[in-house]
Write a protein that binds this ligand. Sequence first.
Ligand code: CMP
Length: 137
Amino acid sequence: MAKQRTLSIIKPDATSRNLCGKILNHFEEAGLSIVAARMMTLTPEQAGQFYIIHKDRPFYGELIDYMCSGRVLVSVLEGEDAVNCNRTLMGATDPKKADKGTIRALYAESIAANAVHGSDSAENAAVEIALFFPELK
Ligand code: CMP
């Protein structure tokens, strides 16, 4: 499979516990390269636009508040089958269901504060990357 890119976000629960280095190490050890990265605090508008597909879900308001509650590290990961590779590394959305050794099993606090986000498809990765890194070609 050709090289692919995916968007990763290390969420406020993980940045606040100084877990960025440990989490980035999972990506690099798996052969994913960090080709762009930005530490930032999301505005409600940015978080709202990013998670627009969840706008009708009951947890949407909580999700936006949470994602704006502290710093996030947004990065673009590149490598073979990057979208699926990152999703395997992250583990299930709910850390209670995440496989042993995955990022969420190791570091997430709850389904809401679940340490990391990763694009769920190549199509969504392109949209998410363009949102944060419009300069990337
Ligand atoms: P993420 O992969 O960033 O995509 C959407 C996020 O919504 C998800 O991770 C969770 O953090 C959050 N989420 C999903 N389900 C729930 C839920 N039942 N309650 C609160 N947050 C949720």
